[in-house]
Design a protein around this ligand. Structure first.
Ligand SMILES: Nc1ncnc2c1ncn2[C@@H]1O[C@H](COP(=O)(O)OP(=O)(O)OP(=O)(O)O)[C@@H](O)[C@H]1O
Length: 359
Protein backbone atom coordinates (compact mmCIF):
# COMPACT_ATOMS: atom_id res chain seq x y z
CA UNK A 1 0.00 0.00 0.00
CA UNK A 2 1.27 3.46 -0.84
CA UNK A 3 1.16 5.41 2.38
CA UNK A 4 2.80 8.68 3.12
CA UNK A 5 3.36 7.70 6.76
CA UNK A 6 4.00 4.33 8.43
CA UNK A 7 1.02 2.69 10.15
CA UNK A 8 0.52 3.83 13.73
CA UNK A 9 0.11 1.20 16.45
CA UNK A 10 -3.57 1.35 17.51
CA UNK A 11 -3.70 -1.81 19.64
CA UNK A 12 -7.22 -3.22 19.95
CA UNK A 13 -8.74 -0.47 17.84
CA UNK A 14 -9.71 -1.26 14.24
CA UNK A 15 -10.69 2.36 13.59
CA UNK A 16 -9.65 5.50 15.44
CA UNK A 17 -11.21 8.93 14.93
CA UNK A 18 -8.75 11.34 16.45
CA UNK A 19 -10.06 14.89 16.87
CA UNK A 20 -11.86 14.74 13.53
CA UNK A 21 -13.69 17.75 12.14
CA UNK A 22 -15.35 18.06 8.76
CA UNK A 23 -16.35 21.43 7.42
CA UNK A 24 -18.08 21.74 4.06
CA UNK A 25 -17.10 24.95 2.29
CA UNK A 26 -19.76 27.40 1.15
CA UNK A 27 -20.97 26.76 -2.39
CA UNK A 28 -23.61 28.54 -4.46
CA UNK A 29 -26.56 29.40 -2.22
CA UNK A 30 -25.43 27.28 0.77
CA UNK A 31 -23.25 28.65 3.57
CA UNK A 32 -20.25 26.77 4.98
CA UNK A 33 -21.30 24.03 7.39
CA UNK A 34 -19.49 22.10 10.13
CA UNK A 35 -20.84 18.53 9.87
CA UNK A 36 -18.42 17.03 12.43
CA UNK A 37 -16.72 18.86 15.25
CA UNK A 38 -13.69 17.37 17.07
CA UNK A 39 -14.91 13.76 17.06
CA UNK A 40 -12.75 11.24 18.91
CA UNK A 41 -13.90 7.63 18.93
CA UNK A 42 -12.41 4.16 18.73
CA UNK A 43 -13.98 1.10 17.16
CA UNK A 44 -12.74 -2.02 18.93
CA UNK A 45 -11.37 -4.84 16.76
CA UNK A 46 -14.03 -7.56 16.47
CA UNK A 47 -16.76 -5.33 17.92
CA UNK A 48 -20.09 -4.32 16.43
CA UNK A 49 -20.06 -0.60 17.14
CA UNK A 50 -23.08 1.57 16.46
CA UNK A 51 -23.23 5.31 15.91
CA UNK A 52 -26.75 6.62 16.43
CA UNK A 53 -28.14 10.07 15.81
CA UNK A 54 -30.98 11.96 14.27
CA UNK A 55 -31.17 12.98 10.64
CA UNK A 56 -28.43 15.49 9.82
CA UNK A 57 -26.35 14.67 12.92
CA UNK A 58 -23.33 13.75 10.79
CA UNK A 59 -23.50 9.94 10.68
CA UNK A 60 -23.02 9.50 6.94
CA UNK A 61 -20.17 11.99 6.90
CA UNK A 62 -18.51 10.07 9.74
CA UNK A 63 -18.72 6.71 8.00
CA UNK A 64 -17.61 8.14 4.63
CA UNK A 65 -14.38 9.31 6.26
CA UNK A 66 -13.48 5.69 7.04
CA UNK A 67 -13.21 4.60 3.41
CA UNK A 68 -11.90 7.93 2.21
CA UNK A 69 -15.06 9.10 0.41
CA UNK A 70 -14.60 12.29 2.45
CA UNK A 71 -11.43 13.80 3.88
CA UNK A 72 -11.36 15.41 7.33
CA UNK A 73 -10.64 19.13 7.54
CA UNK A 74 -8.94 18.54 10.92
CA UNK A 75 -7.80 15.45 12.82
CA UNK A 76 -7.16 11.92 11.55
CA UNK A 77 -9.06 8.75 10.79
CA UNK A 78 -6.90 5.66 11.25
CA UNK A 79 -7.95 2.28 9.84
CA UNK A 80 -5.66 -0.43 11.16
CA UNK A 81 -3.28 2.37 12.03
CA UNK A 82 -3.25 3.81 8.51
CA UNK A 83 -4.13 7.52 8.16
CA UNK A 84 -6.88 7.38 5.51
CA UNK A 85 -6.69 11.11 4.76
CA UNK A 86 -3.03 10.75 3.74
CA UNK A 87 -3.58 8.01 1.13
CA UNK A 88 -3.26 8.64 -2.60
CA UNK A 89 -5.89 7.29 -5.03
CA UNK A 90 -4.12 3.96 -5.62
CA UNK A 91 -3.72 3.34 -1.89
CA UNK A 92 -7.36 4.32 -1.33
CA UNK A 93 -8.49 1.71 -3.87
CA UNK A 94 -6.52 -0.89 -1.94
CA UNK A 95 -7.93 0.26 1.39
CA UNK A 96 -11.48 -0.02 0.03
CA UNK A 97 -10.86 -3.71 -0.75
CA UNK A 98 -10.24 -4.29 2.98
CA UNK A 99 -13.28 -2.22 4.03
CA UNK A 100 -16.66 -3.56 2.87
CA UNK A 101 -19.76 -1.39 2.84
CA UNK A 102 -23.51 -1.99 2.77
CA UNK A 103 -26.15 0.64 2.02
CA UNK A 104 -29.75 1.53 2.81
CA UNK A 105 -30.83 1.08 -0.82
CA UNK A 106 -28.53 -1.90 -1.47
CA UNK A 107 -26.84 -0.34 -4.56
CA UNK A 108 -27.09 -3.53 -6.64
CA UNK A 109 -26.68 -3.58 -10.41
CA UNK A 110 -30.07 -4.50 -11.89
CA UNK A 111 -28.52 -5.88 -15.09
CA UNK A 112 -26.44 -8.45 -13.18
CA UNK A 113 -27.61 -11.66 -11.53
CA UNK A 114 -27.18 -12.35 -7.82
CA UNK A 115 -23.95 -14.20 -8.64
CA UNK A 116 -22.82 -11.37 -10.93
CA UNK A 117 -23.35 -8.72 -8.27
CA UNK A 118 -21.34 -10.60 -5.66
CA UNK A 119 -18.62 -11.40 -8.21
CA UNK A 120 -18.24 -7.78 -9.38
CA UNK A 121 -15.59 -6.59 -6.88
CA UNK A 122 -13.54 -9.70 -7.62
CA UNK A 123 -13.75 -9.13 -11.39
CA UNK A 124 -12.57 -5.55 -10.83
CA UNK A 125 -9.69 -6.91 -8.75
CA UNK A 126 -8.73 -9.11 -11.75
CA UNK A 127 -9.45 -12.50 -10.20
CA UNK A 128 -9.91 -15.44 -12.63
CA UNK A 129 -13.30 -17.10 -13.17
CA UNK A 130 -12.57 -20.28 -11.28
CA UNK A 131 -11.27 -18.43 -8.21
CA UNK A 132 -14.31 -16.10 -8.35
CA UNK A 133 -16.61 -19.10 -8.47
CA UNK A 134 -14.87 -20.65 -5.46
CA UNK A 135 -15.18 -17.41 -3.50
CA UNK A 136 -18.76 -16.48 -4.42
CA UNK A 137 -20.55 -19.82 -3.91
CA UNK A 138 -19.73 -20.18 -0.18
CA UNK A 139 -20.73 -16.52 0.33
CA UNK A 140 -24.15 -17.17 -1.23
CA UNK A 141 -24.46 -20.17 1.12
CA UNK A 142 -23.49 -18.00 4.08
CA UNK A 143 -26.24 -15.45 3.37
CA UNK A 144 -28.81 -18.16 2.54
CA UNK A 145 -29.22 -17.34 -1.16
CA UNK A 146 -27.45 -20.22 -2.94
CA UNK A 147 -30.67 -21.17 -4.75
CA UNK A 148 -31.09 -17.62 -6.10
CA UNK A 149 -27.69 -17.28 -7.79
CA UNK A 150 -29.14 -16.84 -11.31
CA UNK A 151 -31.93 -14.43 -10.32
CA UNK A 152 -31.93 -10.68 -10.89
CA UNK A 153 -32.34 -8.08 -8.09
CA UNK A 154 -35.82 -7.09 -9.31
CA UNK A 155 -37.00 -10.64 -8.56
CA UNK A 156 -35.95 -10.49 -4.90
CA UNK A 157 -37.35 -9.06 -1.66
CA UNK A 158 -35.66 -6.19 0.22
CA UNK A 159 -34.19 -8.56 2.79
CA UNK A 160 -32.79 -10.79 0.03
CA UNK A 161 -31.30 -7.77 -1.74
CA UNK A 162 -29.54 -6.70 1.43
CA UNK A 163 -28.19 -10.26 1.83
CA UNK A 164 -26.64 -9.93 -1.63
CA UNK A 165 -25.25 -6.56 -0.55
CA UNK A 166 -23.66 -8.26 2.44
CA UNK A 167 -22.23 -11.11 0.33
CA UNK A 168 -20.79 -8.57 -2.13
CA UNK A 169 -19.26 -6.55 0.73
CA UNK A 170 -17.61 -9.73 2.03
CA UNK A 171 -16.28 -10.86 -1.37
CA UNK A 172 -12.89 -9.18 -0.99
CA UNK A 173 -12.53 -10.67 2.53
CA UNK A 174 -12.52 -7.32 4.36
CA UNK A 175 -11.58 -6.96 8.02
CA UNK A 176 -14.03 -4.12 8.49
CA UNK A 177 -17.65 -3.80 7.39
CA UNK A 178 -19.34 -0.39 7.25
CA UNK A 179 -23.12 -0.37 7.40
CA UNK A 180 -24.91 2.82 6.36
CA UNK A 181 -28.53 2.52 7.57
CA UNK A 182 -28.57 -1.00 6.07
CA UNK A 183 -31.92 -1.98 7.56
CA UNK A 184 -33.75 1.35 7.31
CA UNK A 185 -35.67 0.35 4.18
CA UNK A 186 -36.74 -3.03 5.60
CA UNK A 187 -39.76 -4.06 7.65
CA UNK A 188 -39.15 -4.95 11.34
CA UNK A 189 -39.10 -8.73 10.82
CA UNK A 190 -36.70 -8.58 7.87
CA UNK A 191 -34.59 -6.09 9.82
CA UNK A 192 -34.19 -8.62 12.64
CA UNK A 193 -33.12 -11.40 10.25
CA UNK A 194 -30.54 -9.16 8.51
CA UNK A 195 -29.22 -8.07 11.92
CA UNK A 196 -28.97 -11.72 12.98
CA UNK A 197 -26.88 -12.34 9.85
CA UNK A 198 -24.56 -9.45 10.72
CA UNK A 199 -24.16 -10.86 14.23
CA UNK A 200 -23.33 -14.31 12.86
CA UNK A 201 -20.77 -12.90 10.42
CA UNK A 202 -19.19 -10.87 13.21
CA UNK A 203 -18.93 -13.97 15.42
CA UNK A 204 -17.88 -16.48 12.75
CA UNK A 205 -15.52 -14.34 10.68
CA UNK A 206 -14.30 -12.05 13.47
CA UNK A 207 -15.22 -9.11 11.25
CA UNK A 208 -15.39 -5.65 12.87
CA UNK A 209 -18.66 -3.88 12.07
CA UNK A 210 -19.22 -0.12 12.25
CA UNK A 211 -22.84 0.73 11.67
CA UNK A 212 -24.73 3.98 11.59
CA UNK A 213 -28.44 4.16 12.25
CA UNK A 214 -31.19 6.40 13.56
CA UNK A 215 -32.97 3.43 15.19
CA UNK A 216 -32.30 2.45 18.80
CA UNK A 217 -33.86 -0.96 18.04
CA UNK A 218 -30.92 -1.69 15.72
CA UNK A 219 -28.37 -0.57 18.29
CA UNK A 220 -30.07 -2.68 20.95
CA UNK A 221 -30.27 -5.80 18.80
CA UNK A 222 -26.68 -6.10 17.59
CA UNK A 223 -24.12 -3.67 18.94
CA UNK A 224 -21.68 -4.21 21.78
CA UNK A 225 -20.66 -0.55 21.86
CA UNK A 226 -22.43 2.63 20.90
CA UNK A 227 -21.75 6.32 20.39
CA UNK A 228 -24.51 8.93 20.27
CA UNK A 229 -23.91 11.78 17.82
CA UNK A 230 -25.74 15.09 17.94
CA UNK A 231 -25.07 18.13 15.73
CA UNK A 232 -21.71 16.75 14.67
CA UNK A 233 -20.47 15.93 18.19
CA UNK A 234 -20.27 12.67 20.12
CA UNK A 235 -22.34 13.35 23.24
CA UNK A 236 -22.23 9.91 24.86
CA UNK A 237 -20.48 6.60 24.28
CA UNK A 238 -19.89 3.30 26.04
CA UNK A 239 -20.91 -0.34 26.16
CA UNK A 240 -24.42 -0.56 24.73
CA UNK A 241 -25.83 -2.16 27.88
CA UNK A 242 -24.47 0.62 30.10
CA UNK A 243 -25.67 3.40 27.80
CA UNK A 244 -29.17 1.89 27.60
CA UNK A 245 -29.51 1.29 31.31
CA UNK A 246 -27.79 4.51 32.50
CA UNK A 247 -28.24 7.09 29.73
CA UNK A 248 -26.58 10.38 30.68
CA UNK A 249 -27.22 12.79 27.82
CA UNK A 250 -30.67 14.15 27.00
CA UNK A 251 -30.28 13.16 23.33
CA UNK A 252 -29.67 9.55 24.39
CA UNK A 253 -32.74 9.66 26.63
CA UNK A 254 -34.84 11.12 23.84
CA UNK A 255 -33.70 8.42 21.39
CA UNK A 256 -34.38 5.71 23.99
CA UNK A 257 -37.86 7.04 24.73
CA UNK A 258 -38.90 5.98 21.22
CA UNK A 259 -38.29 2.29 21.97
CA UNK A 260 -41.39 0.13 22.28
CA UNK A 261 -42.09 -0.52 25.97
CA UNK A 262 -40.53 2.81 27.05
CA UNK A 263 -43.65 4.87 26.60
CA UNK A 264 -46.10 5.58 29.41
CA UNK A 265 -49.74 4.61 28.84
CA UNK A 266 -51.53 7.61 27.31
CA UNK A 267 -53.78 8.32 30.30
CA UNK A 268 -50.75 8.52 32.62
CA UNK A 269 -48.66 10.56 30.15
CA UNK A 270 -51.52 13.08 29.90
CA UNK A 271 -52.01 13.54 33.64
CA UNK A 272 -48.43 13.36 34.90
CA UNK A 273 -46.95 16.60 36.32
CA UNK A 274 -43.46 17.62 37.39
CA UNK A 275 -44.23 18.61 41.01
CA UNK A 276 -46.22 16.81 43.71
CA UNK A 277 -49.47 18.09 45.20
CA UNK A 278 -50.83 16.79 48.54
CA UNK A 279 -52.00 13.19 48.27
CA UNK A 280 -50.23 12.55 44.95
CA UNK A 281 -48.42 9.38 43.97
CA UNK A 282 -44.91 9.44 42.56
CA UNK A 283 -44.33 7.63 39.23
CA UNK A 284 -40.90 6.01 38.92
CA UNK A 285 -39.16 3.85 36.35
CA UNK A 286 -37.15 0.99 37.87
CA UNK A 287 -34.47 -0.65 35.77
CA UNK A 288 -33.10 -3.96 36.93
CA UNK A 289 -30.72 -6.59 35.61
CA UNK A 290 -28.65 -9.53 36.75
CA UNK A 291 -29.66 -10.95 40.15
CA UNK A 292 -32.24 -8.20 40.75
CA UNK A 293 -34.23 -9.43 37.75
CA UNK A 294 -34.79 -12.80 39.40
CA UNK A 295 -36.21 -11.53 42.72
CA UNK A 296 -39.93 -11.02 43.42
CA UNK A 297 -39.39 -7.26 43.50
CA UNK A 298 -42.88 -5.89 43.69
CA UNK A 299 -44.13 -8.05 46.55
CA UNK A 300 -41.02 -7.16 48.54
CA UNK A 301 -41.40 -3.46 47.68
CA UNK A 302 -44.99 -3.53 48.99
CA UNK A 303 -43.80 -5.24 52.20
CA UNK A 304 -40.97 -2.72 52.67
CA UNK A 305 -43.03 0.42 52.25
CA UNK A 306 -46.22 -0.93 53.81
CA UNK A 307 -48.34 0.78 51.15
CA UNK A 308 -49.99 0.09 47.81
CA UNK A 309 -47.91 0.00 44.63
CA UNK A 310 -49.53 0.36 41.20
CA UNK A 311 -47.81 -1.22 38.22
CA UNK A 312 -48.18 1.13 35.24
CA UNK A 313 -45.96 -0.41 32.56
CA UNK A 314 -43.33 -3.08 32.30
CA UNK A 315 -41.01 -4.81 29.88
CA UNK A 316 -38.42 -7.56 29.99
CA UNK A 317 -35.90 -7.31 27.20
CA UNK A 318 -32.37 -8.04 26.01
CA UNK A 319 -29.65 -5.55 25.18
CA UNK A 320 -26.62 -6.97 23.43
CA UNK A 321 -27.75 -10.46 24.62
CA UNK A 322 -27.98 -9.37 28.30
CA UNK A 323 -31.41 -9.55 29.96
CA UNK A 324 -32.83 -6.53 31.70
CA UNK A 325 -36.20 -5.35 32.94
CA UNK A 326 -37.93 -2.01 33.19
CA UNK A 327 -40.96 -1.38 35.37
CA UNK A 328 -42.95 1.81 35.85
CA UNK A 329 -44.73 1.91 39.24
CA UNK A 330 -46.55 4.49 41.37
CA UNK A 331 -46.79 4.77 45.16
CA UNK A 332 -47.46 7.48 47.76
CA UNK A 333 -45.33 10.60 47.27
CA UNK A 334 -45.46 11.41 51.01
CA UNK A 335 -41.99 11.60 52.63
CA UNK A 336 -42.41 8.46 54.74
CA UNK A 337 -43.47 6.14 51.89
CA UNK A 338 -40.98 7.64 49.43
CA UNK A 339 -38.17 7.42 51.98
CA UNK A 340 -38.85 3.71 52.59
CA UNK A 341 -39.04 3.08 48.84
CA UNK A 342 -35.72 4.88 48.22
CA UNK A 343 -34.04 2.71 50.90
CA UNK A 344 -35.49 -0.43 49.33
CA UNK A 345 -34.21 0.57 45.86
CA UNK A 346 -30.73 1.37 47.21
CA UNK A 347 -30.49 -1.93 49.13
CA UNK A 348 -31.51 -3.88 46.02
CA UNK A 349 -29.28 -2.08 43.56
CA UNK A 350 -32.14 -0.81 41.41
CA UNK A 351 -31.77 2.18 39.10
CA UNK A 352 -34.63 4.60 39.73
CA UNK A 353 -35.79 7.53 37.62
CA UNK A 354 -38.61 9.75 38.89
CA UNK A 355 -40.92 10.45 35.93
CA UNK A 356 -43.38 12.76 37.74
CA UNK A 357 -46.51 12.76 39.89
CA UNK A 358 -50.16 11.77 39.45
CA UNK A 359 -53.24 12.26 41.61
N1 LIG B 1 -21.24 17.65 0.55
C1 LIG B 1 -21.84 18.41 1.47
N2 LIG B 1 -21.85 19.75 1.36
C2 LIG B 1 -22.43 20.54 2.29
N3 LIG B 1 -23.07 20.05 3.39
C3 LIG B 1 -23.12 18.73 3.54
C4 LIG B 1 -22.51 17.83 2.61
N4 LIG B 1 -22.73 16.55 3.04
C5 LIG B 1 -23.43 16.67 4.19
N5 LIG B 1 -23.65 17.94 4.50
C6 LIG B 1 -24.38 18.46 5.68
O1 LIG B 1 -23.80 17.90 6.85
C7 LIG B 1 -24.82 17.55 7.80
C8 LIG B 1 -24.65 16.11 8.21
O2 LIG B 1 -25.00 15.28 7.11
P1 LIG B 1 -24.94 13.68 7.20
O3 LIG B 1 -25.47 13.16 5.90
O4 LIG B 1 -23.60 13.26 7.64
O5 LIG B 1 -26.00 13.43 8.37
P2 LIG B 1 -26.71 12.07 8.79
O6 LIG B 1 -26.64 12.02 10.27
O7 LIG B 1 -26.16 10.94 8.04
O8 LIG B 1 -28.20 12.36 8.36
P3 LIG B 1 -29.19 11.46 7.45
O9 LIG B 1 -29.54 10.28 8.30
O10 LIG B 1 -30.35 12.38 7.23
O11 LIG B 1 -28.43 11.13 6.20
C9 LIG B 1 -26.15 17.87 7.14
O12 LIG B 1 -26.64 19.09 7.64
C10 LIG B 1 -25.82 17.97 5.66
O13 LIG B 1 -26.67 18.90 5.03
Amino acid sequence: MTVSTSPIETGDAAVVFDGVSKRFAASGQSAAFTALNDVSLTVGRGSITGVIGRSGAGKSTLIRLVNGLEKPTAGKVLVDGVDVGALDEAALRELRRSVGMIFQHFNLLSSRTVFGNVALPLEIAGMDRRAIDERVRPLLDLVGLADKHGRYPAELSGGQKQRIGIARALATEPKLLLSDEATSALDPETTQSVLELLKRINAELGLTVLLITHEMEVVKAVTSDVAVIDKGEIVERGHTFDVFTHPKHETTRALLSGLPGSKLPEAVARDIRPAAAAGDRVVVRLTFFGAAAERPLISRLIQSIGAEVNIIAGTIDEIGSKPYGSLVVAYGADPETSGKADRFFAENGLTVEVLGYVA
